[in-house]
Design a binder for this molecule. Structure first.
Ligand code: ADP
Ligand code: ADP
Length: 226
């Protein structure tokens, strides 16, 4: 059963922009999958639909066999989302941000504390657990976003342009954290417009342009074609 199954997905916004024009794709469990494409291709729209932030116009989406339209809440519990913008409270400590987030999703406090330690260590933030988040470096803030999304133990982690506009040093730190998360069994899908990022991280990818998938397959196969 695929981690993500998207069938004949179409999205037309109110202003009649056709952001997706019939997109189908499968992401296997355990995969590290890139959705690569230029600005305006439809990446955010696709991610938005999968994470229930945007309504689809036509087609279907299922997450580990759970249909998004008919079992939305169950499907959402399988997903962790890392949005592009830093949206945590800069005046809270990383440990509190993680524990409160888990609490919001019903994770008991003792479990949340244990998980927060694991996630902060994996994101190389454990020493910063009790600092004011505002004082963290740019890379640390980005890794905190990833650690927070992992607090609900999602089976599928989705990141929208996780490294847009950050320098190579910060990108490498994030890549390390993401590789560890994937190696521990979580399926990851990220959108990017950096081929280098897809190449470094991902086993499989789909290239999207003007609302259509134009190439799809293993990274190695597609690289050989470029
Ligand atoms: P990407 O993430 O690849 O840059 P998007 O999914 O953001 O692409 O955008 C795809 C197309 O849909 C673009 O033409 C964009 O302008 C348009 N679009 C995105 N969001 C909206 C929206 N909320 N309302 C109208 N058009 C939108
Ligand atoms: P991204 O960087 O993900 O491609 P943008 O910066 O293009 O997104 O868009 C930022 C926000 O504006 C998003 O919420 C997107 O859905 C919305 N948006 C993008 N294009 C349009 C559009 N043509 N009309 C209305 N909203 C849009």
């Amino acid at each position: 059963m695929p981690a993500l199954c998207v069938r004949a997905l179409r999205k037309t916004y109110d202003n009649r922009v056709q952001a997706l024009k019939g997109v189908s794709l499968n992401v296997a469990p355990g995969d590290f999958f890139a959705l690569l494409g230029p600005n305006g291709a439809g990446k955010s729209t696709l991610i938005g639909i999968v994470s229930s932030l945007v309504n689809l116009s036509e087609g279907s989406v299922s997450i580990f066999g759970t249909d998004l339209a008919t079992q939305r809440e169950a499907a959402m519990r399988l997903i962790g989302l890392v949005p592009q913008e830093l949206n945590f409270n800069m005046f809270e400590k990383p440990i509190d941000i993680l524990v409160n987030y888990a609490g919001f999703y019903g994770v008991p406090r003792a479990v949340a504390l244990q998980r927060a330690e694991e996630e902060l260590k994996r994101a190389q933030l454990w020493e910063k657990a009790n600092m004011m988040s505002r004082t963290l470096s740019g890379g640390m803030k980005r890794r905190l976003m990833i650690a927070r999304a992992m607090m609900t133990r999602p089976r599928l982690l989705i990141l929208d342009e996780p490294t847009a506009g950050v320098d190579i040093e910060i990108r490498r730190g994030m890549w390390k954290t993401l590789r560890e998360i994937n190696a521990a069994g979580t399926t990851i899908i990220l959108t990017t417009h950096y081929l280098e990022e897809a190449e470094n991280l991902c086993r499989n990818l789909a290239i999207i342009d003007q609302g259509r998938i134009v190439q799809q397959g293993p990274m190695k196969t597609l690289l050989a074609m470029l």
